[in-house]
Design a protein around this ligand. Structure first.
Ligand code: MRU
Length: 351
C-alpha cells in the first residue's frame, strides 16, 4: 500500500503536507512558484526524488501564473522559475536534474512554438519525470528484494519511501517488494533527529503497509545491532558521487560506521537521477545546514537553553568503502563503484 504525495491535475499542483504527518493527512495546493519554493524549503515535500518532481511541476505553476504571450516570454518564465527553485535546497541533486531537464526541453523548442504548445510539451515532460520515477521505484524494489531474507531484521534511516518519491520509494520499495513476495521480516526505523522523518513518515508508511515495524531512537541503533537484531541496512540517498560516496540524511554515516563494526551490510537504494558523476567524491557534495530551532524546539517544545549555539547539518556523507551495494533501477552495483556508476549514468541519461 503505497501513496503518491504529489498530484498534478487541471493545471494545479497539490502535495501531501508531510510536516503534518502522521497525525493529519492533508493535501495542500501550491498556487505559485513561491509556495512551491517554500514547500520544498520547509519540508512539506521532501526526499530527493520528490523534490525534483515537485520542482518540475513548479515550473508549470510559474507558466500558469504568468500566462506568457510568446515563446521568448515562456522560455524566460521557465528559466526564472528554475533558477529560483534551485535555491530552495542544495544537497539532493534530483532537484537540479529535474529543473535542467525542464529547461532543456524549453530551450530546444522551435521558434514557431505557440505558448499553448509550449505549455503542453513542458507539462508532458513533468508528467514523464513523475511516471519514470514511479517505474524506477518499482525496479529498485525488484532488484533489491532478494536481499531481504525470511526472518531478517532490517534497519532504515530517515524516509526513503513513497512520500520521498513519486510513489513507490527507493529503500522502502525494496521492503514493499519483499513483503509482496510473501517474506516475513522485521524493520527497525530510526526516528531520525531532528525532524523525525523516520518516526513520522517511515513508521507511518510501513505500518499502513502491514510491515512489522519497530521505532527506535537514533542512539539505540548500536545496541540493537549488538543484540543481533539487524541483518541488513537499507537507506536512500540525496546525492551519490562518481566514486560511490553517498550523501543521505544526517546520521546515515554513523549508522554505516556501526554497521561495519557489527559486520552488517549497508545498501543504498537510489535512482540514477540521484547520481552526480560530475563530483569525483563525496567531499564536494554541498551539505545543507538548517536552522538551530529544529534542534532546540522542533515540535513546539523548547528542549535547550535560550541562546545556545547549534550546528545542524541536514545530511552527511557515507564513504563508498562502507557501502555493500547501490540498488538502482538498472540493478545492484557493487564495489568498486567508479566506472560502473558512470556507465549506468551514461546509459540511462535521458537529456
Ligand atoms: O531532509 P529530507 O527529509 O528531504 O531528507 C531525505 C533523505 O535524506 C532521504 O533519505 C533521501 O532523500 C532519499 S529519498 C528516496
Amino acid at each position: 500500500m503505497t501513496c503518491q504525495p504529489i498530484i498534478w491535475a487541471d493545471r494545479t499542483l497539490k502535495i501531501i503536507d508531510q510536516t503534518l504527518l502522521p497525525t493529519e493527512l492533508v493535501w495542500v495546493e501550491l498556487p505559485s512558484v513561491t509556495t512551491v519554493w517554500d514547500a520544498i524549503k520547509q519540508l512539506q515535500v521532501r526526499g530527493a526524488p520528490a523534490i525534483g518532481i515537485c520542482a518540475a511541476f513548479g515550473v508549470l505553476v510559474g507558466l500558469v501564473a504568468r500566462k506568457p504571450e510568446n515563446l521568448a516570454a515562456a522560455q524566460e518564465s521557465v528559466s526564472e522559475s528554475a533558477r529560483y527553485l534551485a535555491t530552495s535546497r542544495p544537497t539532493a541533486v534530483n532537484l537540479f536534474w529535474a529543473l535542467e531537464r525542464m529547461e532543456g526541453v524549453a530551450g530546444a523548442l522551435p521558434a514557431t512554438t505557440t505558448p499553448q504548445a509550449f505549455f503542453e510539451r513542458l507539462e508532458q515532460e513533468a508528467l514523464t519525470i513523475l511516471a519514470e520515477d514511479l517505474e524506477t521505484g518499482l525496479s529498485i524494489g525488484r532488484f533489491g528484494a532478494h536481499l531481504v531474507h525470511e526472518g531478517a531484521g532490517v534497519l532504515t534511516h530517515c524516509n526513503a519511501g513513497s512520500l520521498a518519491t513519486g510513489g513507490h520509494g527507493t529503500a522502502l520499495s525494496v521492503l514493499y517488494q519483499a513483503h509482496a513476495q510473501g517474506r516475513r521480516f522485521r524493520v527497525y526505523a530510526d526516528e531520525t533527529r531532528p525532524l523525525l522523518q523516520g518516526a513520522r513518515l517511515t513508521a507511518w508508511e510501513l505500518q499502513r503497509a502491514g510491515i512489522d515495524t519497530t521505532l527506535i531512537c537514533d542512539n539505540a541503533a548500536a545496541q540493537v545491532m549488538r543484540e543481533g537484531k539487524i541483518d541488513l541496512i537499507i537507506v536512500g540517498a540525496d546525492r551519490v558521487a562518481a566514486n560511490g560516496d553517498t550523501a543521505n540524511k544526517i546520521g546515515t554515516y554513523g549508522v554505516a560506521v556501526l554497521a561495519e563494526a557489527h559486520g552488517i551490510p549497508l545498501y543504498v537504494a537510489a535512482p540514477v537521477s540521484t547520481l552526480d558523476p560530475a563530483l569525483a567524491d563525496g567531499d564536494q557534495i554541498p551539505i545543507e545546514e538548517r536552522g538551530g530551532e529544529e534542534v532546540t524546539g522542533g515540535f513546539g517544545k523548547v528542549t535547550a537553553p535560550a541562546g545556545i549555539k547549534v550546528y545542524n547539518p541536514a545530511f552527511d556523507v557515507t564513504p563508498a568503502s562502507l557501502i555493500a551495494g547501490i540498488i538502482t533501477e538498472c540493478g545492484v552495483v557493487t564495489p568498486p563503484y567508479e566506472g560502473s556508476l558512470l556507465q549506468i549514468f551514461r546509459n540511462t541519461r535521458k537529456t
